[in-house]
Design a protein around this ligand. Structure first.
Ligand code: PLP
Length: 823
């Protein structure tokens, strides 16, 4: 590790970061970059000016860091991800750089309030949900732990849609996040790589060897935009490089010369659509040609860039695995395996075996789902047309691989069919997960249960073939964002008692455990929660004009709307609670606010219907004068910024997916870290959270993964549960018969019929135990001291779920890299 003094060898005059220098930089940026008179500048002008002042200081760190990495000849890791759900940059940058306070004061002296301008920044919402947020947390951790880690992705013009709610229904609005310009990015018009599609492959012989040329395709240019990412509490900055599609030389000269100017412009626009929009889909594969082009587009540019850097640093191509590790975030970038093979074999002219050895040494793959509908496959015919050379290479990889399989399982043709990268049963499809496993030296699941299920089911044959290739690396979250930034009051309380080392060593939180017996600390902890609940109540008032009481238990389910996550189970409990009050059992119930937030994929009709049902139920429940104890809120447009307000205010965290469906979850970690109690199934990381916090400090209910499997195998009959449980029957009848939709009584008939006949995610089977668990929640909440003790123990025992532990595991077990940088 290099010290700060040595930075001066690299640059004699790094910008100072005290209040007065910041003031000068902000004023300079306002006048000279934003071009505004301080006397008439708008809040957004000031936001941009501050952002420019901050990024000047980040980019310096980026330069020192790069020089150091080059000089020390470090091995670099490249994280390839279609999604980065980053959120806002300003506060995060200020806090990581350590001059949040100085900046507040600098602005104050100029008559501007930092708090009033931060909400003007748009979220960088270049992701759908957990997978994209994980990528963002990993970038923060790599920079903060001085690991040479780089992100590669796509600079979507339009990120995740904005969700509005109109008459109870989701409406989607485009997310034009770049509308006001983006001070955080550095366009690199000289960092461009050509990317090809379509065309055909020509074979010829060179010194007796077959050689392949991919010819006559369409060419699109990938142009780099750099987002330097500063570490927390060090002098490092890594880089996130996002690619944007640009037309070749802007206009096709042929058309131009032929006088077809309009056609030339049209083709320019068509090629630039590749990076136009993020597919708003979660946990479902998108079998569209444009999506395949997006995947290949950013992968090809990234691999070319990586090889270019490797060569520029003077390393021989044979040393690739010594200097480069590439992590595939799900199968979306798995075509990188074929792309690297193509470049090594066709351009570098390496023999196949050598190229394969290098490729496998470089790649590793993180699986994010077991659900069949989410597993990416591409029709061979489509792949042959869009990426003809890659299809050939995939066949060759498969040929060598299946020979190995036959050698290991002689005579077992069935296993050959099951393992093949090509699925011959569903009209010839390329199985991207198989390509990813075959081309990687390590494959990981994202929670203990998930990895076990991978080995037992999805990748069982692979596991028998290569048991050492599979590891578990349980997900984590960055404490810098999800505690320090999102919950300053709690962060401050913790720091006053145990110092501030927890921001980089979250296991330190364990030192809070003895304070559970300290009455003053408990009172302060409770006051912090109370203030955060007031802050959320203000947001709900401002956005929805609904008044919620911070005295009530805040029962929170925030995540993508999906059948497997079972928002419906929560709704059934809400209705049951309502019915109990209507039956005059109000004194049994603790006052509750049940808050939902989350987006549904625009094409996922059932999920959108669930949103509508939540709003219909809210309408009835909230307006019943006989029901003073219950409120239901659907807060629109769930994103990183709203998550940061909701999470610190939560009393109860709903993590209620059908066991065996949620790979890990990270929302569960954010909420428990902020002192919410979890009500959850034995699914994903909930299992490890239970181990960490202790089973007496979590509300577990329902079937475990084995019981789910068994019930499915033996024949699940949801109607039996309906018929044998009066409260369940009553709740479902009310939904089905239009109690919550009197204007359209049949609105939910199909939804309920589906639950009664199919109920794929076994909502009805888990209902009774879920209601019982909620009764235990109520009982505990009536004893505020006992509740607070348990909530505090949740915070104190969540250290394991720091993303820093996750990333160190990747660094040691998968990437083979170690810390290097400026402290
Ligand atoms: C953490 C996070 C998620 C993932 O939540 P899960 O409960 O793990 O599904 C999704 N969206 C946003 C904005 C998040 O911050």
């Amino acid at each position: 590790m290099k010290t700060l003094e040595m930075v001066h060898e690299y640059d004699p005059r790094p910008l100072p970061c005290d209040k007065d220098s910041l003031k000068e930089s902000i004023r300079d940026a306002l006048i000279h970059i934003v071009g505004k008179d301080p006397l008439t500048a708008t809040p957004r002008d000031w936001l941009h000016a501050v952002s420019f002042a901050v990024r000047e200081r980040i980019i310096e760190r980026r330069m020192y860091t790069k020089r150091l990495f080059d000089q020390e000849q470090v091995k670099r890791v490249y994280y390839l991800s279609m999604e980065y759900l980053i959120g806002r940059m300003l506060v995060n940058s200020l806090m990581n750089l350590g001059f949040y306070e100085a900046c507040c004061e600098a602005l104050e002296e100029m008559g501007v309030s930092l708090h009033e301008i931060i909400d003007m920044e748009s979220d960088a919402a270049l992701g759908n949900g957990g997978l994209g947020r994980l990528a963002a947390c990993i970038l923060d951790s790599m920079a903060s732990q001085c690991l040479p880690g780089y992100g590669y992705g796509i600079r979507y013009e339009f990120g995740m849609f904005h969700q509005g709610i109109e008459n109870g229904e989701q409406v989607e609005h485009p997310d034009n996040w770049l509308r006001y310009g983006n001070p955080w990015e550095f366009p690199r018009p000289e960092k461009i790589f050509p990317v090809h599609f379509y065309g055909y492959v020509v074979e010829h012989r060179e010194r007796g060897q077959p050689r392949y040329h991919w010819e006559d395709g369409e060419e699109v240019i990938a142009m780099a935009y750099d987002y330097p990412t500063p570490g927390f509490g060090n002098k490092n900055a890594n880089n996130l490089r996002l690619w944007a599609a640009k037309a070749t030389r802007d206009f096709d000269l042929d058309y131009f010369n032929e006088g077809d100017y309009i056609r030339a412009v049209r083709e320019k626009i068509e090629s630039e659509t590749i990076s136009m929009v993020l597919y708003p889909n979660d946990a479902t594969a998108i079998g569209r040609e444009l999506r395949l082009k997006q995947e290949y587009f950013f992968v090809s540019a990234s691999i070319q860039d990586i090889l270019h850097r490797h060569a520029e640093l003077g390393y021989p191509i044979e040393s690739l695995p010594d200097k480069v590790a590439i992590q595939l975030n799900d199968t979306h970038p798995a075509i990188a395996i074929a792309e690297l093979m193509r470049l090594l074999v066709d351009s570098h002219q390496l023999p196949w075996q050598k190229a394969w050895e290098l490729t496998r040494g470089v790649f590793s793959y993180t699986n994010h789902t077991l659900m069949p509908e989410a597993l990416e496959t591409w029709p061979v015919t489509l792949m042959e047309r869009v990426l003809p050379r890659h299809m050939q290479i995939i066949y060759d990889i498969n040929f060598h691989f299946l020979n190995e399989v036959r050698h290991n399982f002689p005579g077992d043709n069935d296993i050959v069919r099951r393992l093949s990268i090509i699925d011959e049963n569903h009209g010839r499809q390329v199985r991207m997960a198989h390509l990813a496993v075959v081309g990687s030296h390590m494959v990981n699941g994202v929670a203990a249960l998930h990895t076990e299920l991978l080995k037992k089911h999805l990748f069982n044959d692979f596991y028998r073939l290569w048991p050492d290739r599979f590891v578990n690396i349980t997900n984590g979250i960055t404490p810098r964002l999800w505690l320090n930034q999102a919950n300053p009051a709690l962060a401050d309380l913790i720091t006053r008692h145990i110092g501030n080392n927890w921001t980089m060593d979250l296991e330190q939180l364990r030192r809070l455990e003895p304070l559970v017996d300290n009455r003053d600390f408990r009172r302060e902890f409770q006051q912090v929660k109370r203030r955060n609940k007031e802050r959320l109540a203000e947001l709900v008032k401002r956005q929805m004009d609904i008044t919620i009481s911070p005295d009530a238990l805040f029962d929170i389910q925030i995540k993508r709307i999906h059948e497997y996550k079972r928002q419906l189970l929560n709704v059934l409990h809400v209705i049951t609670f309502y019915n109990r009050i209507r039956e005059g059992r109000a004194e049994e119930q603790v006052s509750r606010v049940t808050l939902f937030a989350g987006k549904a994929a625009p094409s996922y009709t059932r999920a959108k219907q669930i949103i509508r049902l939540i709003n219909d139920v809210a309408d009835v429940v909230n307006h019943d004068p006989m029901n003073p104890k219950q409120q239901v809120v659907f807060l629109p447009n769930y994103d990183v910024s709203t998550a940061a307000v909701i999470i610190p205010a939560a009393d109860l965290s709903e993590q209620i997916s059908t066991a065996g469906t949620e790979a890990s979850g990270t929302g569960n970690m954010k909420l428990a870290l902020n002192g919410a109690m979890t009500i959850g199934t034995l699914d994903g990381a909930n299992i490890e959270i239970r181990e960490a916090v202790g089973e007496e400090n979590i509300f577990i209910f329902g079937m475990n993964a084995e019981e789910v499997e068994r019930l499915k195998r033996e024949g699940y009959r949801p109607r039996d549960f309906y018929e044998s449980n009066d409260e369940l029957r009553r709740a479902l009848d009310m939904i089905r018969d239009g109690f919550f939709s009197p204007q359209e009584p049949g609105r939910y008939r199909d939804l309920v019929n589906n639950l009664l006949t199919e109920d794929q995610y076994m909502v009805l089977a888990d209902y009774a135990d879920y209601v019982r668990a909620h009764e235990a929640v109520d009982a505990l909440y009536r004893d505020p001291e006992a509740w607070m003790r348990k909530a505090m123990l949740n915070t104190a025992r969540m250290g394991y779920f720091s993303i820093d532990r996750t990333v160190m595991q990747y660094a040691q077990e998968v990437w083979g890299i170690s810390p290097e940088g400026w402290v």
